[in-house]
Ligand binder design. Structure first.
Ligand SMILES: Cc1ncc(COP(=O)(O)O)c(C=O)c1O
Length: 365
């Protein structure tokens, strides 16, 4: 059975499982802002039309200037991309044929993009036993012979954040070993506290920070991300990027999103409150839940080894979970759920409560 590699694709998931298609299921596999895009986008939608005839600025200068103000980095240290996914592919091209280390379980695109460019991948596995936390002293010996290390922070799928000092030790150790550290901050803006390492790009030439506007601003269909790195790295990556990669709508919309701090703040407050409510209830029901700082969490049923039955049960009850079959080391013993609107979260809680009860009554499920 070949399950889809990413969430947000219920049709494909149901097809792979041989289940009837439905338009009514709640998609908890998609981990973007449940409040949707900033309201301003609707009001300016007609004005955006004027941008579609001309070519976009190939250097996305205005957008990069804004990011420069936000991050305190020079605009020459910023590269905009057609989603973070394009930038991961560009990085993989930069790393062609080399050895890379990936801290797992994590977003599968690092390994798949690098593999497509003939890299050898070593996986360093974090564990539930260690609360999905990382220790630099355990990872550093694995950097021997590697060209790059991929770290997702906050991590997808656990939602875990790591101690600043451990990350700093990794960057410093990697610098000594001549290894690039690529930190994906696609979800950093969902955290209540500032966890970014972007300012360290000024100090460490081996550090690359990746970001996406997809998640916080719910603009997955627009495709916009950016990368922060030393100027020489930016130039090399830019040389491989197709011309006009970031379209005109993405550039305009990106500027509006970055300036809408209110939307971000409202989202962070909402997510923190709902995540706390949902995860507290699930723990009361004796499920194992990761300590998440963002808009999704990892879930395990300590009473079941594998969750294939639960996936089908959820779908039949109108909820699409994110399977974990393609997250290295998770092997469908876990599911990932996003935080959605309150009533939707209530539906998830009700179904998982029923599953807990049903599995007591009927040992077969
Ligand atoms: C950790 C992480 N990084 C990057 C991406 C890709 O983001 P984008 O939509 O900007 O390509 C995703 C998408 O799921 C993700 O989860």
């Amino acid at each position: 059975m070949k399950l889809p590699a990413h969430g947000a694709n219920p049709t494909h998931l149901l097809e792979a499982l041989g289940l009837e298609q439905t338009n009514h299921a709640l998609d908890f596999s998609v981990n973007i802002n449940p409040l949707g895009p900033p309201a301003i986008l609707k009001t300016v939608w007609h004005e955006l039309y004027q941008h579609i005839s001309g070519y976009p600025d190939p250097n996305a200068r205005e957008l990069r200037d804004l990011i420069s103000q936000e991050t305190g980095l020079k605009s020459t240290q910023i590269l905009a991309g057609n989603g973070a996914a394009e930038l991961i592919q560009l990085l993989a091209r930069f790393l062609t044929g080399s050895e890379v280390l990936v801290v797992d379980p994590t977003f599968s695109e690092y390994a798949s993009s690098c593999k497509s460019l003939h890299c050898r991948i070593e996986s360093f596995a974090l564990s539930e036993k260690e609360r999905w936390q990382l220790r630099a002293d355990l990872i550093l010996p694995h950097l021997q012979g590697k060209r790059a290390l991929f770290l997702c922070h906050p991590n997808n799928p656990t939602g875990a954040i790591y101690s600043y000092s451990e990350i700093l030790k990794l960057i410093q150790g990697a610098q000594k070993a001549g290894v690039m550290v690529i930190i994906d901050e696609a979800f950093y803006d969902f955290c209540e506290n500032d966890i970014t390492v972007a300012p360290l790009v000024k100090l460490y030439k081996n550090l690359i920070v990746l970001r996406s506007l997809t998640k916080m601003y719910a603009i997955a269909g627009i495709r916009l991300g950016y990368l922060l790195a030393d100027e020489q790295v930016i130039n090399k990556l830019k040389a491989c990027q197709p011309q006009w990669s970031v379209n005109a709508l993405a550039q305009s919309i990106g500027k509006m999103c970055i300036q809408d701090q209110e939307h971000r703040k409202t989202t962070v407050d909402y997510i923190a409150q709902e995540r706390d409510r949902v995860t507290t209830r699930l723990r009361e029901l004796d499920y194992v839940i990761s300590d998440s700082s963002v808009n999704y969490f990892l879930f395990r049923d300590r009473k079941k080894q594998r969750l294939d039955h639960l996936i089908v049960y959820l779908i039949k009850n109108g909820v699409i979970p994110r399977h974990t079959a393609n997250f290295i080391t998770l092997d469908n013993q876990y599911l990932r759920f996003s935080i959605k609107m309150k009533e939707e979260n209530d539906q998830l809680l009700a179904i998982l409560e029923k599953w807990r009860y049903d599995s007591f009554v009927d040992k077969r499920v």
